[in-house]
Design a protein around this ligand. Structure first.
Ligand code: ATP
Length: 210
């Protein structure tokens, strides 16, 4: 029997935006994934510098973003365990949950660049079947340098073909705080929630300033 192919897409999703959805959908198509697990990270180890929206809000936004796609699933793997939420541990737990599956971990090009700073990147690379990477404008991906730091990495990378999308959650939070248009940067259900509950209207000035 063919092994199930599972995509694992971790993020802060503050808020989830069309960049995330396009990455997930293209990965699913190009890597022929049977299912795609969205892993919401409660307190990302690498994002201690700005105040992240409460988990309950991000959870609602994420469920709204993925709710109309039956092959997208929320995984509570990181929500239901104490931090720090390192990707390598997330993958280990998912492997126990889906012992015969092939796991593809999905990231943007900026995350690929930062991978050597993650916790136990070598182990993460060893555990996953593949690393689905969607490039991002301005990301600096030097495969030779990455391979030097994490031997075996390049063999695991599967680049996902997609247009470069200059969209980030930070930029959307900033737009909202400044009262600028943001509607089509997020899926309609996410837009409705942000609009109705006036989320991100008062983002901290420190974030806007840097
Ligand atoms: P922030 O702007 O708050 O840092 P973000 O937009 O980068 O957030 P995250 O939730 O941190 O969103 O991202 C989760 C994953 O999605 C990361 O691996 C990131 O590289 C990837 N990603 C986010 N936006 C894009 C994009 N426009 N193109 C490709 N990958 C993306």
């Amino acid at each position: 029997m063919k092994a199930e192919r599972i995509g694992v897409f971790g993020g802060t999703f503050d808020p989830p935006h069309v960049g995330h959805l396009i990455l997930a959908a293209e990965a699913q198509d190009q890597l022929r994934l049977d299912r795609l697990l969205w892993v919401l990270t409660p307190d990302p180890p690498h994002k201690q510098d700005w105040s992240i929206s409460p988990l309950a809000i991000r959870l609602q936004l994420l469920l709204a973003a993925i709710g109309d796609n039956p092959s997208f699933e929320l995984s509570r793997v990181d929500i239901d365990r104490p931090g720090p939420h390192y990707a390598v541990d997330t993958v280990k737990i998912l492997q126990e949950q889906f012992p015969s599956a092939e796991i593809y971990y999905l990231i943007g090009g900026d995350s690929l660049h930062d991978l050597p700073t993650w916790y136990q990147p070598q182990q993460l690379i060893k555990l996953v079947h593949g690393l689905g990477v969607m490039r991002r404008p301005g990301d600096q991906v030097d495969l030779r340098e990455l391979e030097d730091k994490i031997p075996g990495l390049t063999a695991k990378i599967c680049f996902i073909e997609a247009p470069l999308l200059e969209i980030s959650a930070r930029q959307i939070r900033q737009r909202i705080a400044e009262g600028r248009a943001f509607r089509y940067y997020v899926p309609p259900a996410v837009y409705r929630l942000i609009d109705e509950y006036k989320i991100y209207r008062n983002s901290s000035l420190t974030e806007l300033a840097d």
